[in-house]
Design a protein around this ligand. Structure first.
Ligand code: ATP
Ligand code: MG
Length: 366
């Protein structure tokens, strides 16, 4: 192999359930795909979630956060399980992930929804509609109505109980998510659709104004705007019209789940969470799947594709990222399937064997 020209440090957070199984596969794929470009990784594997609770009593030990912060990128498996479900709130495994996102200040959540030709029948939509869908939802993650103040409970003038929340966005919060979205669109097909409710909400009116302002920095990206109610409809009617979508926290929460159902394969979907500078966090969108944990049944491809996002959006190593994406397609083309994506006429394999087949596909590209 070429002598290493680049070194990166990666914090690996296997976590719980199927997490360790899928992380082990993704690490091997990452290593091989990057080594071809002379890239080397230094890994630090540290506990988070239930695994960390059992070891240290905390879902995010200081050492884990420190390792993540000092790394170039963080790859996470999954978090949670029945064992810790009765823990009080701050000692739940999931709290470790929330704290990690806070600690890394990741405000941009990227979730692709790609209908692969080999898995088009898994889509909830008709074949003609689903075929060729390849979109990315960029969701603002740390602002908006989930965090805005004032919030709480009270009583109105009639003495009736009320609950209230506030949608707030400052210009700088919109500008920074806009830049991530334009950069993302640039790495894709150069089309960005900003989704808001600017006909009703002041926070959305500012959103649209700032997006249009930042757009001046990206003349090469084709920008459009859509109201969220229409976007929810268009995602089901004709999802192929979208390349990159950028939207606020609550709209993104809903639209990214909607988009993931277009693909129908939870075991195939990666995600990235990015901050201003500093390491990004890359993880599959699925959970710890305790029902199949430890049985070598998990589909590792969501985590393998998260490793590809780590290379592309975390380190700017687009060639190595493409190599992983191509290897996943090649492995599917050669007929290999884990249980969650199995159909008659394909070859059923476990998590480890799927990993070995992806490695062969990476190798065959050299
Ligand atoms: P979360 O933990 O995020 O709240 P959840 O517990 O509702 O999510 P998951 O843990 O993602 O959901 O599991 C939902 C279903 O999908 C389970 O039946 C699980 O076995 C299956 N599943 C999830 N991920 C995978 C995977 N990578 N491979 C195969 N099956 C999976
Ligand atoms: Mg779960």
């Amino acid at each position: 192999a070429a002598s290493p020209s680049k070194r990166y440090s990666i914090t690996l957070l296997p976590g719980d359930g199927i997490g360790p199984e899928v992380i082990s596969v993704a690490k091997n794929v990452l290593n091989l795909a990057a080594s071809i470009d002379g890239i080397e990784f230094k890994y630090e594997e540290v506990p988070i979630g239930g695994a960390a609770l059992d070891l240290t009593g905390l879902p995010l030990p200081d050492e884990t956060l420190l390792s993540a912060k000092q790394s170039d990128a963080v790859l996470l498996g999954a978090i949670g399980g029945y064992k810790w479900d009765k823990n009080e709130k701050h000692l739940k495994p999931e709290n470790g992930l929330l704290k990690l996102r806070e600690g890394l200040k990741v405000f941009a959540n990227l979730r692709p929804a790609t209908v692969l030709p080999q898995l088009v029948d898994a889509s909830t939509l008709k074949r003609e509609v689903a075929e060729g869908v390849d979109l990315m939802v960029v969701r603002e993650l740390t602002g908006g109505i989930y965090f805005g103040k004032p919030r709480g409970f009270g009583t109105n003038e009639n003495g009736e109980e009320i609950g209230f929340n506030t949608e707030v966005y400052a210009a700088y919060e919109i500008d920074r998510i806009a830049r991530v979205a334009f950069e993302t669109a640039r790495k894709r097909k150069g089309k960005l659709c900003s989704v808001d409710k600017a006909n009703v909400l002041e926070a959305s009116m500012l959103w649209r104004k700032r997006i249009m302002e930042i757009a001046l920095e990206y003349p090469d990206v084709e920008l459009s705007h859509m109201y969220v109610d229409n976007a929810a409809m268009q995602l089901i009617r004709d999802p192929k019209q979208f390349d990159t979508i950028v939207t606020n926290n609550i709209f993104g929460d809903i639209l990214s789940d909607e988009a993931s159902m277009i693909t129908g394969s939870i075991g195939m979907l990666p995600s990235a969470s990015l901050g201003e500078s500093g390491p990004g966090l890359f993880e599959p969108i699925h959970g710890s799947a305790p029902d199949i944990a430890g049985q070598d049944k998990a589909n590792p491809l969501a985590t393998v594709l998260s490793a590809a996002m780590l290379l592309k959006y975390g380190l700017g190593e687009e060639k190595a990222a493409k190599r992983i994406e191509d290897a996943v397609l090649d492995t599917l083309n050669r007929g290999f399937r884990t249980g969650d994506i199995y159909s008659t006429g394909t070859k059923l394999v476990g998590c480890k064997e799927m990993g070995e087949e992806v490695l062969k596909s990476v190798d065959s590209q050299v």
